[in-house]
Design a protein around this ligand. Structure first.
Ligand code: RB5
Length: 148
């Protein structure tokens, strides 16, 4: 189950992502927004991110104009490791090394062809568990416990 959220800047790309996920047979929960009307990206990012953090969803995909606002907002939710990706290599490595559980994309930055390839790589690549990367991801989890 994939949590989806976008703002008005990511709405058009999110339509393409949803069509792609439908064609690939993925299930998703859509946390909005549902139009190109201007809205505030933190509202939508946090709804999807909390669904991932609560394990109601396995992964998340967030889209805003740049992907930056969505990724910043999502990373404020404990348990979330959101990665802003604009290339397939980063998408692969953030799964293998960071166990990223949310992909952020910039709808005004990359075209839909590349974006859908990035989505495919992100959803099909596993984490290299039991390695030095597990220790480092554990350190990230410890940072969730601190507020200073
Ligand atoms: C909206 O204009 C834009 O600021 C938003 O989509 C996103 O790019 C923020 O990071």
């Amino acid at each position: 189950m994939i949590a989806l959220a976008c703002d008005h800047g990511g709405f058009e790309l999110m339509l393409e992502i949803k069509a792609h996920l439908d064609a690939e047979g993925f299930e998703y929960m859509d946390f909005g927004t549902l139009s190109t009307e201007s809205c505030d990206y933190p509202d939508y990012a946090v709804r999807a991110a909390r669904a991932v953090a609560r394990r109601e969803c396995d992964r998340g995909i967030l889209v805003c104009g740049t992907g930056v606002g969505m990724s910043i907002a999502a990373n404020k939710v404990p348990g979330i490791r959101a990665a802003l990706c604009a290339d397939c290599f980063t998408a692969e490595m953030t799964r293998r090394h960071n166990d990223a559980n949310i992909l952020a994309l910039g709808g005004r930055v990359i075209g839909s062809g590349l974006a859908l390839k990035i989505v495919d790589v992100f959803l099909s690549t596993g984490f290299e568990a039991g390695s030095r990367h597990s220790r480092r991801v554990g350190m990230l989890s410890e940072l969730d416990e601190t507020r200073d």
